[in-house]
Design a protein around this ligand. Structure first.
Ligand SMILES: Cc1cc2nc3c(=O)[nH]c(=O)nc-3n(C[C@H](O)[C@H](O)[C@H](O)COP(=O)(O)OP(=O)(O)OC[C@H]3O[C@@H](n4cnc5c(N)ncnc54)[C@H](O)[C@@H]3O)c2cc1C
Length: 287
């Protein structure tokens, strides 16, 4: 049984419904329908009002702004993100590896973020890129760092009257980029572990270094403290710093299941990334 179901045709209408009834947004439904399924062929049993938001044209589209930032509207699907010619490498790689084709055509980025699963594929590269999330209510708009918005496993900072309207990826430069997802199969598999990383080397100096790990804790792990260990050093000074960097990462992650496997694999992926990045400083690597 569904408590109450709304189908707004504009964002304004949706925001009023959200404010008045606290209706939960239902986009692709691939998390929500599964989570509340009542039985085969039976309508899901939602214990709260829902609002189907797929008609909201205001939440569709991907664009690049003059300053080089990219805006991805909340209803964008993994297929649209993967096909976008100016999508950053890490996000494109993650989107193209999500589920099977039917899922990639119907799931949404807003739902992937709203669901806040530690195994969700899109938050990991977006957090690497310091993406921002725009939250809109009938009373206004606020923009927060995605890394702050996702608080933990299935926990976000979304208020009862808000909808995720878009994600903004600030411009980013790198000389070497890395993305790897380890699942049971290459596609159509929920991540067992994933890693996005980038490095920027300017005249032999590591001017930027970032890594984000998915499924290695209750939320995406981005250890800025560990990143600082390698930043600002010349590439010929990096090797002796690697053990301290890996130790710091090991302290930052907190895998719930199969902790030993996840710790060892994350360490190996990070070592692989750094070694390759120093050997071939201008490249994009994907498995
Ligand atoms: C067979 C299968 C395979 C899957 N494989 C993968 C995979 O490989 N990788 C992966 O990451 N995920 C996977 N998933 C999980 C799921 O498909 C994704 O998390 C997807 O992105 C959810 O998007 P959705 O639009 O379907 O979300 P929905 O189910 O519609 O919503 C999910 C949550 O987000 C909230 N929400 C949705 N849109 C908004 C919005 N605009 N504002 C605020 N809140 C919002 C909803 O209220 C709900 O709480 C899989 C699921 C299935 C069933």
């Amino acid at each position: 049984m569904v408590e109450r179901c709304f189908v707004p045709s504009s964002l304004r209408e949706a925001l009023e419904i959200r404010k008045e009834y606290g209706a939960h947004p239902l986009a692709g439904g691939s998390d929500l329908m599964v989570q509340y399924k009542a039985g085969l062929g039976i309508t899901p049993d939602f214990p709260f009002p829902v609002m189907i938001i797929t008609k909201l044209e205001e939440l569709k589209g991907i664009s690049r702004k003059e300053d080089g930032s990219i805006e991805i509207m909340a209803l964008s699907t993994p297929s649209e993100i993967a096909a976008c010619p100016f999508m950053p490498f890490h996000v494109k790689s993650a989107a193209s590896r999500m589920g099977a084709i039917a899922l990639r055509n119907s799931a949404t980025i807003g739902g992937n973020i709203g669901n806040a699963s530690p195994k969700g594929d899109l938050p990991q590269p977006l957090i690497l890129l310091d993406a921002l999330v725009v939250l809109t209510s009938a009373d206004g708009e606020r923009t927060v760092l995605l890394d702050d918005f996702i608080r933990g496993s299935k926990k976000t900072d979304l208020r009862d009257d808000e909808i995720i309207t878009k994600i903004i990826i600030p411009p980013v430069e790198y000389t070497y980029a890395y993305y790897r997802k380890i699942g049971t199969r290459k596609a159509n598999a929920i991540s067992k572990l994933s890693l996005s990383a980038l490095i920027k080397i300017d005249d032999g100096l590591v001017s930027d270094f970032r890594a984000a790990s998915g499924a290695a804790g209750p939320k995406v792990i981005r250890s800025r403290e560990s990143e600082e260990i390698l930043k600002g050093h010349r590439i010929d000074e990096i090797e002796p710093l690697i053990p301290a960097f890996l130790e710091s990462w090991n302290n930052a992650i907190s895998p719930h299941a199969m902790p030993e496997y996840r710790r060892n694999t994350t360490k190996r992926m990070l070592e692989h990334f750094i070694t390759e990045a120093l050997a071939m400083p201008e490249c994009e690597i994907i498995d």
